[in-house]
Design a binder for this molecule. Sequence first.
Ligand SMILES: Cc1cc2nc3c(=O)[nH]c(=O)nc-3n(C[C@H](O)[C@H](O)[C@H](O)COP(=O)(O)OP(=O)(O)OC[C@H]3O[C@@H](n4cnc5c(N)ncnc54)[C@H](O)[C@@H]3O)c2cc1C
Ligand code: SF4
Length: 504
Amino acid sequence: MTGRIHDASTFPGGSLECDVVVVGSGAGGAVAAAELAESGFSVTVMEEGPHRPTESFTDDDLAMVRALYRDGGVTSTLGRPPIAYNEGRCVGGSTVVNGGMAWRTPERVLDRWRRHDDMPDMTAATLEPWFQRVERLLSVATQDAGSIGQDQHLFRRGAERLGWRVVDNRRAQVHCAGCNRCVFGCPTGAKQSTLVSYLPRAMAFGAEVYADCRVDRITFKGKRAIGVRGKVLGDRGRPSKAFAVDAAAVVVAAGAIQTPALLTRSGFRSPSGRTGHGLTVHPGAQVTGVFDRPVEGWKGVHQAYQVREFDEDGVILAAVNIPPALVARSLPFDGDRLGGAMDDYSAMVTAGVLVEDTSSGRVRTVGGSPVPMYRITDRDTVRITTAVQHLGELLFAAGARHVYLPFPTPDGGVADVDALRRLPLPRPVDLELLTVHLMGTAAMGGDPTRHVCDPRGRVWDAASLYVADASVFPSPVGVNPMETIMALSSCTASAVAEDLGGPR
Ligand SMILES: Cc1cc2nc3c(=O)[nH]c(=O)nc-3n(C[C@H](O)[C@H](O)[C@H](O)COP(=O)(O)OP(=O)(O)OC[C@H]3O[C@@H](n4cnc5c(N)ncnc54)[C@H](O)[C@@H]3O)c2cc1C
Ligand code: SF4
């Protein structure tokens, strides 16, 4: 029978029973739910965030951020420097607000996981069926030409003039209209977030999805996970009625910040002592180029291309249009000078760097809540600065008149490539960093003394307990992480099915 989405207005709390309860409905949770439902298990998904259907996505940025992001989208790590980060919090999780980029795990990363993390089966060949299935179910493809705007063409031209390798981006989308609203919820339904792909599929195979339901803890009988307990979030998100779900298996997919906190406040102690450790974030930084003519970067999809010249250094460059308020926040001016600089908004190309970090941080659990701490190393400060200089160089090659960087410069901006190359290395504390990729706080691997989960997502030293989200990465993946999360989650779902005696 087809399942449906319940929420605080229809679910009064109480007790539920199923074969598998999944915590979280984002990239990891929705995939696990769909695969297990299709295998014939009764599946219940408990999601803390609200259900916001595609029709409710408007052009009111602020309202969308409040509705779809955790803590109104304003969260940051503690450390040097603080790093602003975003988590989706709604049915569909971060996939509802993400850019839809979909890339397989690079071979060099799989190689590292095989050698350093005792996962000999983590090969491209073993993962191939999972990647293929995820790509098919998400319609992963490059963009239609008509959806690509001027900012992307300029970005590509800059890379080509420098002779750098630039590739068409691969995105989870069906006939994307290029309206550039991805991070506020795709209003056309073109982006294949789990809200419109895996969750409807899960429900078609009978899964029930409960929005507004925050899981407070996992329940155990000895070392066996037997369900979850939590609260329905009622009026204004206040905890109201209690719920309990009893299940033969518990799959935790609350994301790399929330998952370690949930495991810890449930009383689980990993023999590795590594729950919450290993937080990696792909630190990102923004560079803005100002051109002599209108670019109107808000027209057309973001990140139609990626520069992959620096893959081996773990660096990706891409152009991402950013709304005026966020550009203004990043410029080194205030008052009239800021107003004057923002007059050029329509002639700006905003672009970003993604850097595969060599540092890692930790999510501590304080009073039951996660507190992410992260300190950038001197080595990564150099790598980020170099990546920023590459991006500045690209924007100048594309014809930018001047560029603004994510750290203080003597004149507030930079006027040419020579000035860019002469800049001293910024202090880590002066870097303005952000991330939307949070990974690695319940790492998988073959050694229970170093890893929280086994190579198929089973939590070491517990029974019937699995993790199926970005937490399981033993190190950063170096590309947009969604497809890797989904492939690993599919694999974990197959482990759950096997442990429950095979598909029904
Ligand atoms: C703005 C933005 C842009 C991005 N762009 C891209 C991109 O283009 N390509 C890409 O590959 N990646 C992108 N990412 C990253 C990608 O979306 C995430 O890495 C991925 O969605 C993480 O999957 P997850 O399952 O770990 O967590 P999520 O997708 O975040 O899902 C976790 C879910 O669990 C729920 N939850 C948490 N705690 C509880 C609890 N206690 N009880 C019940 N539910 C709970 C949350 O509300 C959330 O819905 C982007 C992310 C953001 C925020
Ligand atoms: S550009 Fe517009 S249509 Fe395309 S995926 Fe993003 S929000 Fe959807």
